[in-house]
Design a binder for this molecule. Structure first.
Ligand code: BGC
Length: 414
């Protein structure tokens, strides 16, 4: 009889998920309505993809809803400044064809994504190629602009050592593939070939809204041609490439963001103050690496420039941030289950940097996370896999399109 009871218990425990019974996943608390469970948006802030206006409904879905990202404007300014300083320091060799015009091409990630828009603006502002549109810097792609006649950008200028140079955005394009995936590295690699044949040695600098696209262009063209290439994210491969001539990148402190993504959930589930720091395990997140904006319900990590001067400090982008890498005690923070999606499993930053970090922190924070990898194209490809929200204690969501928060919250409201 004892054996039979044990067998029955085992087979019941193995039923997982299919019955729709919230107890089936083991740890979810069935007394909490899905609409009241902690929800953390990350990487793509709920917002209007045309105007950038924050989606306050989504950010205030319930009392335990937050967004975790990074300060896009501070990072964009750093990226622009890093490139400008590089030009100044390398003025003797940068203008390949010696025509007095320093030409750059720009790979744009997603014209409806605030991070991408900020980076395009940051580069144009620092290099003086910015033009105003509706009260802000125009962030539209320009196609090609060989002669400087584009209306969406203008020629900038820089004076170094008593000599004046023109800075021109020769070309820019949103890197979206035919299936609709944005920030697409393959598209960037095709674009640089087309730009190289059309613009040749007038391309002095290659700039990208992220390292995924930047490295695709570096590997397929710029390294071989000795053209400095700049990205964003400080993925491990891009940092390593600095030794081989990659110009530089920006760390958006993914190690801090991945921690915060899971920490806001952990603290909400434990019913402790969301900002508890240091926590019982001695983890401390100090204000030099992030800040919280109460009104926006958003945590923003701060960015750091990674160049030839300091890249050896950034060689592993998947290493947890030291001050927050202590294991939580499972008696006070017991295992909980979390549903978490990555909007595009093929995105370099998310798959090579962010998710590996999350996987390390989930152990430290005693969270059992189900990672769902999307196709980067449609929300349905992801929401289809949120069929049984009752099986989870909390949710962490990375949308395909920042306008689409309701595709997820409607499932939690049912
Ligand atoms: C990253 C990009 C990434 C995008 C995805 C950005 O913050 O810098 O590399 O493709 O997020 O949403």
């Amino acid at each position: 009889a004892a054996i039979m009871t044990a067998t029955l218990a085992l087979s019941l425990a193995g039923c997982g998920g299919s019955s729709g019974d919230s107890k089936s996943s083991g740890s979810s608390d069935s007394s909490v309505a899905n609409a009241d469970k902690p929800l953390c948006w990350f990487n793509r802030q709920p917002s209007n993809s045309s105007t950038g206006e924050l989606d306050k409904n989504a950010l205030n879905f319930n009392k335990d809803t937050y967004y975790v990202g990074f300060d896009a404007n501070q990072g964009a300014e750093l990226q622009g400044t890093m490139i400008k300083e590089y030009i100044e320091e390398n003025i003797a060799t940068i203008d390949k064809n010696g025509d007095g015009v320093i030409g750059y091409v720009l790979a744009i990630g997603d014209i409806g994504h605030n991070d991408s828009i900020a980076r395009t603006r940051g580069v144009r502002k620092a290099l003086g190629t910015d033009v105003e549109k509706d009260g802000a810097i125009n962030s539209d792609p320009i196609g090609t602009n060989t002669d400087g006649s584009s209306k969406a950008v203008k020629d900038g200028s820089i004076e170094v050592g008593g000599k004046k140079y023109i800075i021109r955005e020769l070309a820019s394009q949103e890197m979206k593939n035919s299936a609709g995936a944005t920030w697409d590295a393959g598209t960037a690699s095709n674009a640089i070939s087309a730009w190289a044949s059309a613009l040749g040695d007038s391309i002095d600098i290659v700039i990208s809204n992220n390292d995924g696209m930047g490295m695709a262009m570096f590997n397929s063209w710029s390294q071989e041609n000795g053209v400095p290439t700049f990205g964003y994210d400080a993925n491990t491969d891009a940092v390593a490439a600095i030794a081989d001539g990659y110009g530089g990148t920006i760390s958006q402190h993914a190690d801090v963001q991945a921690y915060l993504t899971l920490r806001v959930i952990r603290n909400a589930l434990d019913g402790v103050d969301i900002d508890t720091t240091p926590d019982a395990a001695g983890n401390v997140l100090s204000s030099d690496v992030y800040y919280y904006n109460e009104d926006e319900r958003s945590y923003y990590a701060l960015n750091v420039a990674v160049t030839a001067d300091n890249y050896t400090d950034f060689t592993d982008s998947t290493k947890p941030y030291g001050p927050v890498s202590n294991q939580l005690d499972a008696t006070t923070s017991p295992e909980k289950s979390v549903w978490l999606n990555i909007y595009n499993a093929a995105d370099n930053f998310l798959s090579a940097t962010y998710q590996p970090l999350l996987e390390k922190y989930d152990d430290l924070l005693n969270l059992k996370v189900d990672y769902i990898g999307g196709d980067g194209q449609t929300e349905a490809n992801i929401t289809n896999r949120l069929g049984n929200p009752s099986a989870y204690d909390a949710f962490a969501i990375n949308m395909v399109k920042t306008d689409n928060a309701a595709s997820y919250t409607s499932l939690l409201n049912q």
